[in-house]
Design a protein around this ligand. Structure first.
Ligand code: F3S
Length: 660
């Protein structure tokens, strides 16, 4: 056995943003496009050479972009001016700016729009920092460390009325950043500080630092122009001897003789195959050093064998909505689940179901050994498991739940157990005319009607479950419901003679006369479809499964109100509601009309009621009779006329009569 131990950092190699940019570039090349990258795609000479061998040009000025080009904006991003110039070149633009960098662009733009001075921690010559500066609309400055920050903050205290916002390059040294934050808050407590160091970077830095604390030597693999690779070296050099290598060939010039433990980490732009080469070469060097040690064999044993179609278990290392999910599958590949491979339900957000650290079962759908990328699918594993659940549910008649994801010709699709189950329109709703669109995004309960085992397709029925549930609810209703019981239901439909109310399993009828005490033209004057109303059971016909309901309330009975508040002899204000040959009906309170007989309208003879009264007119009258049993009220306007006038009127009537 070798006396030298080698530990490779889990976080070594391509980060999510670089991985994404490389994939986007290779996809464009494979699609036959004439690809140019704006600046070297990544800080790794081998990858850049490999792309050049495939005809990919590197341009560094928008003027070099030609109309027929497809220009890739690398993960570092560009400023607004450059982006505009590239658009104007007429070339197709593929923006592979890392989403974490884009977030900084947004912050820089917003804070500078507010008038704040934007201070950026980083290397002012780094393309990412140049791009961030290109999104600042006003004052902005770059600082390298807390000393420079102190000077710039003091200047800002004097010049900036709106304050400052402090951001960091995604690959900035995390320890220096913490120091800068303390400095900033001591000088300007109201400074806005945005933690924009990428977690991929900070995780890689933390792990490399830990390794450097326990190892005699660190090998950092990466480009000599890669800022995050250089930073890894700087951090590790504090704890042990540290060597930066661009590829495996550089290992031969390093002396490993006195070394007992070696740590390996790599920058964000280092492809997995270069790390693998470094490990293999190191194995050879160590083998020569120590004949007994078979490093490569030991190394191989730590690698899992993977192939397309293999089910693997991985741990989520990064999850963001709308982006690929990054997974550690225990190999040197970067595993990722494209957003479209997360769930069968397109409405599900990645962060709803996946969290950093979660263990997930996945299936390998594609391996790109050259770039060290493995594409994985969660939804395929879910579908395989779901298919078994669905088969079982059919056999046992189990009720399943799922979310309606699509309304298609002839029915809806429900995402359930990682599968899409088709529900024909005739099985989707309780009534044939119901709108299928209303089911969209709703959780539904359904049963499986049939499964096509060859095509792995299933057909289900929501109606079957609804029917069973309704039948059970109906049986329970008739078992427990009693006349006089009050319940709440939903108005399902309105007819000329009344309204049907869904009591949950049973529809009851409220006849028009039981809706309200007031006079109405149509039941829709009182309720609308969809209203939830409180009703009382008036009658139950268990044999014919019919229920009569009352909506009007006893306490609103106008005869009771009349009895409590009015009496014979009392003067009331009433509104004429109808006119007949023998008199007029006047409303005293809603639901109670009194008759003013033609002889009780005036002192003189009235030939035609409408000569004196009109519908809607308000009059004063005396209650002369109230028969509550027969529900008849008599009113008299005449009884309120002054006696003198009445006498005069009578005398004049008499005179007229004798003259005749
Ligand atoms: Fe993006 Fe972080 Fe890499 S910012 S490019 S994922 S180091």
């Amino acid at each position: 056995m070798s006396s030298c131990k080698v530990i490779t950092a889990k976080t070594a190699g391509f980060c999510f943003g670089v991985d994404r940019a490389v994939k986007m570039t290779y996809d464009a090349v494979e699609a036959g496009k004439k690809v140019a990258t704006f600046g070297p795609l990544i800080h790794n000479p081998q990858v850049v050479e490999s792309l050049a061998s495939k005809g990919v040009r590197v341009i560094d000025d928008p003027n070099q972009a030609q109309k027929e080009d497809t220009v890739i904006i690398r993960s570092h991003g560009v400023g607004l001016e450059t982006a505009r110039a590239l658009e104007e070149s007429g070339a197709e633009i593929i923006d592979a700016t890392c989403p974490f960098v884009k977030r900084i662009h947004k912050l820089a733009f917003e804070y500078s729009s507010e008038g704040r001075t934007v201070l950026i921690a980083g290397d002012k010559n780094h393309p990412e920092v140049i791009g961030i500066c290109g999104h600042c609309l006003g004052n902005h400055e770059v600082f390298a460390d807390s000393e420079e920050l102190t000077a710039k903050l003091k200047k800002s205290c004097e010049n900036s009325e709106k304050g400052v916002a402090i951001l960091a390059q995604t690959t900035y040294n995390i320890e220096m950043w913490e120091k800068c934050k303390r400095t900033a808050l001591s000088i300007m407590p109201d400074a806005v500080i945005c933690d924009t160091i990428c977690s991929a970077t900070s995780d890689r830095q933390k792990e490399a630092k830990k390794l450097s604390e326990i190892c005699d030597m660190m090998i950092i693999v990466g480009g000599r122009h890669s800022s995050n690779t250089i930073k890894l070296c700087e951090m590790c050099s504090d704890n042990c001897k540290c060597a930066l290598v661009e590829d495996a060939s550089e290992l031969y010039s390093i002396d490993f003789s006195a070394v007992k433990s070696i740590g390996i980490s790599a920058g964000a732009s280092t492809p997995a195959y270069i790390i693998k080469e470094v490990q293999t070469t190191m194995s050879e060097i160590l083998k020569n050093q120590d004949e007994e040690f078979n490093f490569e064999e030991a190394l191989e044993q730590t690698f899992k064998k993977i192939y397309t179609g293999k089910r693997v278990t991985g741990y989520i290392t990064s999850v963001k909505d709308g982006s690929d999910v990054i997974v550690d599958i225990g190999t040197k590949h970067t595993g990722y689940i494209p957003a479209s491979e997360i769930s069968e339900d397109p409405n599900v957000k990645a962060t709803d179901i996946l969290h950093v650290g979660d263990e997930v079962e996945l299936v390998v759908t594609k391996i790109n050994d050259q770039d060290g990328i493995v594409t994985l699918s969660k939804k395929q594993v879910d579908a395989q498991k779901g298919y078994e659940t669905i088969l079982k549910a059919k056999e046992e008649g189990t009720v399943l739940t799922g979310v309606v994801t699509n309304v298609i010709k002839g029915g809806v699709l429900v995402a359930s157990n990682g599968m899409k189950v088709f529900i024909p329109a005739s099985q989707a709703t309780a009534h044939r005319d119901d709108n299928l669109e209303e089911l969209l995004k709703k959780t539904v309960r359904f049963k499986i009607l049939e499964v096509n085992e060859q095509r792995k397709r299933a057909v289900g029925s929501i109606r079957a479950v609804a029917k069973e549930e309704r039948a059970a609810a109906e049986a329970k209703f008739f078992e427990t419901a009693e006349v006089g019981q009050t319940m709440t239901g939903e108005v399902k439909s309105i007819t000329d003679y009344g309204v049907f109310v869904d009591l949950g399993g049973v529809d009851g009828l409220v006849r028009k006369m039981d809706l309200t005490w007031a006079r109405i033209k149509h039941p829709s004057d009182v309720v609308s479809v969809g209203d939830r109303i409180e009703v009382t059971i008036k009658d139950i016909d268990k044999e014919n499964k019919k229920v009569s309901l009352v909506y009007k309330k006893t306490e609103d009975n106008p005869w009771e109100i009349f009895k409590a508040n009015y009496e014979v002899g009392q003067t009331v204000k009433a509104k004429i509601v109808s006119i007949t040959d023998f008199g007029a009906f006047a409303e005293i309170i809603p639901g109670i009309d009194g008759l003013i007989h033609i002889s009780q309208i005036a002192n003189q003879r009235v030939n035609k009621v409408s000569d004196i009264l009109t519908v809607g007119q308000e009059v004063e009258a005396k209650i002369t009779e109230a028969d509550l049993e027969k529900k008849r009220i008599s009113l008299s306007m005449r009884a309120l006329l002054p006696e003198e006038e009445a006498a005069e009127e009578e005398a004049s009537e008499e005179t007229n009569e004798s003259a005749e």
